[in-house]
Write a protein that binds this ligand. Structure first.
Ligand SMILES: [Fe+2]
Length: 182
């Protein structure tokens, strides 16, 4: 059975004459998603938002405190990375808002949500790079989940955003791993 009420449609599922379940579907400016899959997606996007904020903070920490023979290249590379993250964070948060959910914020909330393994300075130059590779990998895992949820929610725009974030962090991980070789 299928009914429409305003902007919300409801699919009812029957088996042997008994109601066995239902799914609400919201129509929002051409976007069709179930409420459950949309909530899962916005939660997942907020996870990527928190991860990105945490990674930005750790990259900034490394930028300030790195020392040694690779100082100039790493200091500059870390600056490029945290500046890119600052822009990306805003785009992710505004995507959450475009989906009529709310973006999370505040340092303690972001840190608690991210659950990113932190480090304190000073550590060896190579260790900053290794810790940031691990942080990028964590973000990649969460962004992959958000991308898959966007596919399930039939949300091409969120999928596109997550694909761009994944490609960026794969590139960052490649660059950081390349620094460790040799
Ligand atoms: Fe700086």
């Amino acid at each position: 059975m299928y009914g429409v009420c305003g902007r919300v449609a409801c699919c009812l599922f029957f088996y042997n004459g008994r109601l066995t379940g239902h799914v609400d579907i919201q129509y929002n400016r051409g976007m069709k998603t179930s409420t459950d899959s949309k909530a899962a997606l916005t939660n997942s996007l907020n996870q990527v938002l928190a991860d990105s904020y945490a990674l930005m903070s750790l990259t900034h920490l490394a930028h300030w405190n790195v020392e040694g023979p690779g100082f100039f290249s790493l200091h500059t590379a870390f600056e490029t990375q945290y500046e890119e993250l600052f822009t990306a964070i805003d785009e992710i948060a505004e995507r959450v808002r475009a989906l009529n959910a709310y973006a999370i914020g505040g340092l303690s909330t972001l840190a608690h949500t991210a659950q990113m393994k932190e480090f304190a300075a000073p550590i060896a130059q190579q260790d900053y790079v290794k810790r940031l590779i691990a942080a990028n990998d964590k973000l990649l895992t969460d962004a992959g989940e958000a991308r898959d949820l966007a596919i399930r929610a039939d949300d091409a725009e969120s999928q596109d955003l997550m694909i761009r974030r994944i490609a960026l962090h794969q590139k960052t991980a490649w660059m950081l791993n390349s620094f460790l070789k040799g």
